[in-house]
Design a protein around this ligand. Structure first.
Ligand SMILES: Cc1cc2nc3c(=O)[nH]c(=O)nc-3n(C[C@H](O)[C@H](O)[C@H](O)COP(=O)(O)OP(=O)(O)OC[C@H]3O[C@@H](n4cnc5c(N)ncnc54)[C@H](O)[C@@H]3O)c2cc1C
Length: 491
């Protein structure tokens, strides 16, 4: 009997190095389907203790995903196949497609975060026992089966994990894009890609922002073009380790995160390209460091596989439940401070620039993320999950493991027992000595010397008049009066 397979596309919106597609293409007929899940849009509960609601997906990521689906559909059509697009509960929608073509087998990506695991479980149940379901782990550099120990037993700190993996594990070779079997004869109608307003009536297309370092266009085609640009055309990988803490511009870091998160790029393909660059151009600390960062990404994926829902809990994997976080739902002052942080109106320019960049573009550099997160959790003392959930809404590259893993780490409830609080003004002086980043996003501070652009509250009334920046009117008074460390802002 000829076999009909369904490829349920999840965060693997690509044809290259896709083991799920390769396995599904062994069937006689193949149909790909992507489902926009209403639970990933609009206001949704966080869940767990001290629950709150938040907007799951903002316009930057929603638009990126629409583009990525459109791009995959175009690539499949070029090859004589198609991508069905559905908008509804994945269990219902996938089961309906399985029924419509009388599929024998369902192939899908396996993901570690609790919501993704629950969705997989619901789909398995809905398609029933007559359909063989095969899941494939395809989004990390290393495959979990190749780790020195299973994810449930991996180390909780990065360095020993990395050393063990580098010593004992190998990255599997990338998988060729298969030739695609024909569509089933009874393939249902392809369906249209929902608009932003269909996904969430409060969403509208993001305005392009000319302050942005890079516009992020969703899809495998744009992701591959970005990789080609960063490595081969701009030739910036050779200096990545020195530039990666940058704040402004297109090429200080790879900017591959959004395509990785949606699965438009495979990390193994990136590592293979880094290997080729090392052979054809240069191998140095910088070329190694990009792979080192991809291993950080893996680490958080495997940590979530190990800890599940506990990873997202207020006390984190360390179950530090005694910490006294301020709750914006219970305390009006905390609510105001949280809103100011979200809007980039805290009166601390380094934090405000980061938040205005996030809101305008869906992206922040790693350095900006660390400082914005640390300020919320460690200086304002607000429940770190609220900040992480706000990042979930806004980030174009949101990934549950990387986002909540990094947040928990900085809030002191994650994979490190050390105090990870950042001294914001020290950081501002070190990474933005000329205040170029701060004044890029806060043009109202552009006329100030760097010291005052970073700490405008230290200006006297006379200086405010001299520079034409009145605190409380042109720019907010600070929410928190941060101490200026002795050794910073020395001219
Ligand atoms: C509070 C906070 C929240 C974050 N949320 C996310 C998120 O939701 N999604 C996300 O992809 N990254 C997240 N990061 C990690 C990191 O900031 C971004 O991956 C990086 O800034 C993306 O830019 P890039 O692609 O140019 O990175 P590069 O510096 O070029 O790094 C290359 C790749 O390595 C991976 N990587 C680098 N740093 C980290 C890290 N610290 N943790 C995990 N992976 C890393 C990313 O996939 C990145 O694309 C977060 C960091 C912090 C501090």
């Amino acid at each position: 009997m000829p076999e009909t397979a369904i490829w349920w596309v999840r965060h693997d919106l690509r044809l290259h190095d896709n083991p799920t597609l390769a396995a599904a293409s062994e069937a006689d007929h193949l149909l790909a389907v992507y489902c926009f899940d209403p639970a990933a849009y609009g206001n949704q509960p966080y869940g767990g203790s001290d629950d709150f609601t938040f907007q799951k997906t903002g316009s930057h990521r929603a638009q990126f995903h629409r583009e990525a689906v459109d791009d995959l559909r175009a690539s499949l059509r070029e090859r004589g196949s198609d991508l069905l697009v559905r908008h509804g509960d994945p269990a219902t929608e996938i089961a309906a497609v399985v029924d419509a073509v009388d599929a024998d087998r369902l192939h899908a990506q396996r993901l570690p975060a609790p919501e993704e695991v629950a969705t997989e479980g619901a789909v398995r149940e809905a398609v029933g026992d007559d359909v063989a379901v095969e899941t494939h782990w395809t989004h990390t550099l290393y495959h979990p089966d190749d780790l020195p120990s299973p994810p449930a037993e991996i180390q909780d700190t990065y360095t020993p994990f990395r050393k063990a993996v580098e010593a004992d594990s190998d990255v599997r070779p990338t998988v060729e894009t298969p030739s695609l079997p024909p569509l089933p004869e009874s393939a249902p109608e392809a369906g249209s890609i929902p608009t932003l307003a269909d996904l969430d009536s409060s969403l509208s297309p993001p305005e392009p922002d000319d302050h942005a370092g890079l516009g992020f266009e969703g899809g495998e085609t744009a992701g591959k073009a970005r990789l080609q640009h960063y490595l081969w055309e701009a030739d910036r990988l050779r200096e990545y380790k020195e530039t990666r803490n940058g704040l402004r511009g297109a090429d200080f870091s790879s900017k591959l995160s959004a395509w990785l998160a949606a699965g438009c790029l495979s990390p193994r393909h990136i590592a293979a390209e880094v290997g080729r660059y090392e052979t054809e151009r240069v191998a140095n600390d910088s070329t190694y460091w990009l792979v080192f960062e991809l291993l950080w990404r893996d680490f958080f994926q495997f940590q979530v596989a190990k800890y599940g829902g506990q990873y997202f809990a207020k006390g984190g994997l360390q179950e530090r439940d005694g910490l006294d976080w301020r709750d914006p739902d219970d305390e009006p002052a905390a609510n105001t401070a949280f809103d100011q942080w979200c809007a980039g109106e805290t009166g601390i320019p380094f934090v405000d620039a980061a938040m205005r960049e996030l809101n305008a573009t869906g992206y922040q550099s790693n350095r900006a993320r660390q400082n914005a997160a640390s300020f919320l959790a460690n200086d304002l003392g607000i429940d770190w999950r609220r900040g992480a959930a706000y990042f979930e809404t806004q980030l174009v590259d949101y990934d549950p493991c990387s986002n909540y893993g990094n947040w928990a780490y900085i809030a002191g409830v994650g994979n490190d027992s050390r105090d990870r609080a950042f001294n914001i003004l020290w950081q501002a002086d070190r990474y933005d000595p000329d205040a170029a980043y701060v004044t890029h996003w806060l043009p109202e501070l552009a006329g100030l010397p760097a010291r005052y652009a970073h700490a405008p509250w230290t200006m006297s009334d006379a200086e405010q008049s001299e520079y034409g920046v009145e605190l409380g009117s042109d720019y907010p008074e600070p929410t928190v009066r941060l101490e200026i460390p002795d050794d910073v802002f020395d001219e």
